[in-house]
Design a protein around this ligand. Sequence first.
Ligand SMILES: [Zn+2]
Length: 458
Amino acid sequence: MCSPQSEPSPSTERGLTALLIVLAAALAAAQQPDAVPPAGGTFDVRHYAVTLDLAVAEGTVTGTERIELTVDQPTSSLVFDSGALTIDSVRALQVGTASGGTALPFRQAAQRLIVTLPVPARAGDQRRLDIAYHGAPRTGLTLLAKRAQAYTTFSTSQWMPAVNAPEDRATLDLEVSMPAGWRAAGNGREVERRSKGAKAVYRWRQARETASFLFGFVAGNFAEATGRRGNVSLRYLGSPFSSGELHRIFRDTPDMLAFFEERAGLPYPGDSYTQALVATSGGQELAGLSHMSEEYGRSVFDDFSATGLMAHELAHQWWGDLLTNRDWTHFWLNEGFATFMASAYKERARGREAYLADVDAWRRRVEQLRAAGHDKPLVFPDWNRPTADDRAVVYQKGALALHELRQQLGDAAFWAALRDYTRAHAGQSVTSADLQRAFEASSGRDLRAFFDEWVRPR
Ligand SMILES: [Zn+2]
């Protein structure tokens, strides 16, 4: 369910002086080609505009991208995550011009793109870059010619150069060309749908700043069903299902959406939400959409109580998307919350016993971790290669911690605090300290002992 897999970024070291960063970059370039500074360490991306052409049968993509950024530390280079993509050119544009620009020298190393600036940038400078690229993504973007599907999963920089660090939130214009006749959904609002030769072209605009790992789309020869909850239009896409089957599988979505809105104290952050059933997926949340596997869809069709995963992915639209962990060491604020909230919905829809069965399962998993000597606080530093047990800490132990907090505070104070926390930090990156402060302010309780026991690294 929506994991960072192999590429969580180390948190950027904001405390370094500008001089040290420039020296370190120069040293890395001169002596250690693989010691590349983290992407985005010296700037903040404001906007990405991407045009992506899918050659599904060939398994390849070509793209052009404009990146608008603000420099926040003096630097002579700009570093982006670029996965296994090949960069063809980088051009710098004057602010206020639409095209042209000056070709900039660049190199690629350690899955990053390092662009050299002829004149070092100062803090506050605004820069615009045009990047042309191509590639044959093996992760991040699945291109399935036989199944007539294409969809993204987590590793955004495998199909568009970006800053992976979740703290760098930006807006996105995304245009994708795909085989004619396909249906598709992307982040935010669909602003255009047209034909171009033998291709269909979709364009979406994500106007609310979002972490880049939530950028993406689903596309394919899908059946479609639609629904509505208040002002939110709902789309259900999938293959090989009929429209009627999709409607049945996702029949709880409006009810789930209403429940999370009530618990968050905030409306769903957008005007549409799409759920897609694709060939293979462990469950992936993206801004304004999610995908799950067709096998999962069939399991829901056979047993309507099996909606935990779709509730988990929908809960991420608030906890994960609207509020995003500032770095991966606080990933439990995304995953522990989504796991807990899916079970809270289950409690509402199917009763207390169903919820308590989930709590028992979390507790048993945490006991296994302890028996194996693999228990950790929810915040732990070595997130670069998470094991299955590390993921259990973040997901199941994270959910159990929220249940225990609910027990300590009582239902009224717990849900009020959760609402206060969500409202206070909507649209922001969060850490566990933000959660503690918000819960303490709301409940009037000192929660140091709880956070020492469950959350803080020892
Ligand atoms: Zn998740």
